[in-house]
Each structure stands twice: as C-alpha cells, then as structure tokens.
Design a protein around this ligand. Structure first.
Ligand SMILES: NC(=O)c1ccc[n+]([C@@H]2O[C@H](COP(=O)([O-])OP(=O)(O)OC[C@H]3O[C@@H](n4cnc5c(N)ncnc54)[C@H](OP(=O)(O)O)[C@@H]3O)[C@@H](O)[C@H]2O)c1
Length: 378
C-alpha cells in the first residue's frame, strides 16, 4: 500500500483519543482508589482492564460485572474518572508508570490502551507472572494492505524504525501490529488473544464516525449519500465486542481474531434504511456516484466516515473475514439495533456536544456538493 493510501486508511480508523492527545506523557500517580475487590466467587474471574474508562472500556467493564466477575482498572485518571467509584482503580501512566500494579494478581488482563509497543511490552512483561491470560485490543489497521480479501493470516503492517512512539495516522496500524508482537513475546503467545476490531460504534462512541449517519438523517432534507446502495460497509457494535471479549476471557481463548460483522452482510443502502427507520425523519437521499466524488475531492478522507469506495485500492477494509471469531462465539446484533441505540444515546447528550458532530460532511460543504451534482445532472 502506498504511503498516501495508508495515511488515509489510518486516518479513517484511528480513534479519537489518540488524535485528541490521549497519549501525551503524564507523571505517574501511584495512588490507589476505591474499595478492595470482593473475594473471588466460584467461576468468577479477577479481571484487570488497562483503559476501562474511554469508549469501549466501560462496556467491557459493565459486561464483566454483569456476569459476576470482579474488575479492577488501571489508567491515568484523566478520562471519565467518575465512572466506576466502587471499583479499585490503580492510577498510573503506561509510560513508565506501572508501579501501582506491582502487588496485584489477576486471571485476565484486558489491554484496551496499548498504542505504543514499549508500553505493551512493559505491561505484558510485568503482568506475565501476575496474570494468566492477556487480551490485547488491536485493530484491523494492523494489516499491511486492504487491496485483497483479508483474514487473520494476512500480512501485517511494518514500520522501518521500530522505536517510533509517536502515534499518527500513518504509524497507528504498524504500531498496533508491533504491540501485538510484543504482547506475545513477553506474555507467551499461547496465553495471548488479539482482537482486531473494525469501526467500533454504538452508544458512547466519541468519534461520531458511524453516529454521523443517523444523526445527519435526523436533521432531514436532502442528504448526500456516497457511491451506491450496494457498497459494502463493515462495523462492530461496541456491546457485541464487549460480549466477545468477556467470552474470550471466560473460555481462555488465545490467537488472533477479527471482530467485525459478517463480510457482505451490510451495505450503505442498509445503513440508509436503518437511519430512516430509527429516526422517522423526512430525509431525501441523493446518491452521488464515485466519479463525481473523486472529481470533487470527496472520495477519500473523513467526510464520509466508514464508507469505503469499492473502486478504491483499500476496498477490502469493508469486507474483512470475521469467520474465525464467529467460530469462537462472536455474535453480532442487527445493525438496526445499533442505529436505534446510538440515536437514543445521542439524544441524552448536552447541546454543546450534540451540536458539534466530530465526523462527517459539514452542512455548507454538503450543500455545495449537492448543488454541483444537480447542475451536472441538468
Ligand atoms: N474506536 C474504534 O473504532 C476502534 C477501532 C479499532 C480498534 N480500537 C482500539 O480500541 C481501544 C480502545 O479504544 P477507545 O476508543 O475505547 O479508547 P479511549 O476512549 O481513548 O480510552 C482509552 C482508555 O485508556 C486509558 N489510557 C489512555 N492512555 C493511557 C496511558 N498512557 N496510561 C494509562 N491509561 C491510559 C484512558 O484513561 P485515562 O485517560 O484516564 O488514562 C481510557 O480509560 C484502542 O486500543 C483502540 O486502538 C478502536
């Protein structure tokens, strides 16, 4: 994959936290908050979540608690630190600040916050004698190329200088691939599970990449839809990912797994139907073809998040095989449920947040593109 293409793919998959500076070094604060965990009950697991307070972490924490496991958290105390006042939270920075974890023992570690290989190596090394199982949340960005069908054995991205720690649109994927490698080296591959999600969506998503579509639909009027209704699109509902991660923990599963809805099961037309069904908005879709999008500089980048033009050389980003995870029990809910719950969550947000979509086409730009499209048609 050429450099420009990789940058664009990473740009579209990279979560908001890194871009928002979530990895800036902070001083470690070796403090311990919260109550002592319950003694272990029969069959229940002691789970340590590295990064349990962002977008996907809280869903995992709640699912694990719902199933009767005990959960402890490790993070810097910057993100949603009020979320779980009753859980033990070890406060520290992955950047040389793991000391607060020195005395603990866990059955499973869920690593949600690994972007830098050195951080993952340090935690996997330190926890190798303190935990039995390490689950690393990676990304499909870890793959080298999206120009042909992908499964877990497809080649991974590489980076020339493996000491690079700056997470950018370009380095995110190769660094994730290196993080996976470091986890296996330090913890032992037979005790490590690697999950590679595609676009994670649903309630709480701070990127608005999927959310843009139902929220924009709710606004009504003429709405630009890119490509064709047949264009494939692939997502994973954060709650399905949380269920699967908990299954992986309970069953002590190891190996690599793409966590995606089945390839070919969802299209842009399906997304449109979901958006219309859950918003009941008076919205007129205007499908605009790929050629027009290209000519107007709208076929790449983040103006149409999660849409991947089938004509582009990273078309298979929307058709990743999830068969291996399904064979281990991954189930995915109807996409309409994701749309419905995303809108319900959106409506609970304060206006300063809900008035400011973080992804998708800006209204003025949409108007301009629609006008250009119409003048070309007439
Ligand atoms: N969102 C997607 O579509 C997507 C797709 C594929 C893969 N992923 C992967 O999913 C994982 C989680 O994504 P997310 O969106 O839930 O992340 P997020 O919202 O940014 O949450 C990050 C969590 O990690 C903690 N954290 C961050 N930096 C830390 C540090 N240096 N030391 C200690 N704790 C730290 C944060 O708490 P503090 O700020 O308090 O430290 C927070 O609890 C990531 O590994 C990402 O690569 C996401």
């Amino acid at each position: 994959m050429n450099k420009r293409r990789r940058r664009l793919v990473q740009a579209s998959l990279l979560g908001g936290a890194v871009a928002a500076g979530g990895l800036l070094p902070a001083c470690a604060q070796p403090a311990r908050q919260g109550k002592t965990i319950e003694p272990r009950r029969n069959g229940s697991l002691r789970i340590l979540v590295l990064g349990g307070t962002g977008f996907i972490g809280p869903h995992m924490v709640r699912e694990a608690l719902r199933r009767g496991h005990s959960v402890e958290l490790f993070n810097r105390g910057r993100t949603n630190s009020e979320l779980f006042p009753d859980l033990v939270t070890y406060v520290g920075d992955r950047n040389n600040g793991l000391a607060p974890l020195a005395g603990g023992r866990w059955d499973v570690v869920i690593d949600n916050s690994g972007y830098v290989p050195r951080h993952v190596a340090d935690s996997a090394r330190m926890l190798a004698t303190r935990a039995s199982h390490y689950i690393f949340v990676s990304s499909i960005s870890a793959y080298a190329d999206f120009g042909s069908p992908l499964d877990e054995d497809s080649p991974l991205a590489t980076i020339e200088d493996e000491t690079v720690e700056e997470v950018t649109n370009e380095t995110y994927g190769p660094l994730k691939a290196l993080c996976e490698k470091r986890a296996a080296e330090e913890f032992g591959a037979e005790r490590v599970a690697v999950l590679r999600p595609t676009y994670i969506c649903g309630p709480g998503d701070h990127t608005d990449r999927y959310t843009y579509w139902p929220v924009r639909t709710m606004r009504g009027g003429e709405m630009l839809w890119p490509g064709t209704p047949q264009d494939p699109v692939q997502i994973i509902d954060v709650r399905d990912l949380a269920n699967f991660v908990t299954d992986v923990a309970e069953k002590r599963i190891s190996g690599n797994y793409n966590t995606v809805i089945p390839a070919g099961s969802f299209t842009m037309g399906g997304l449109l139907a979901d958006c219309q069904a859950v918003t009941a908005a008076e919205m007129n879709p205007v499908w605009v073809d790929y050629e027009f999008m290209q000519t107007n500089g709208a076929a790449e980048g983040n103006e149409f998040p999660i849409w991947v033009p089938p004509q582009s050389d990273d078309a298979y980003i929307a058709r990743v095989s999830g068969a291996r995870a399904r064979a281990k029990g991954l189930t995915t809910r109807p996409t309409r449920e994701t749309a419905r719950d995303t809108i319900s969550w959106w409506k609970t947000l304060p206006e300063e947040r809900s008035g400011n979509l973080r992804s998708g086409l800006k209204p003025a730009r949409e108007e301009k593109l629609l006008a250009a499209w119409k003048s070309r048609q007439s």
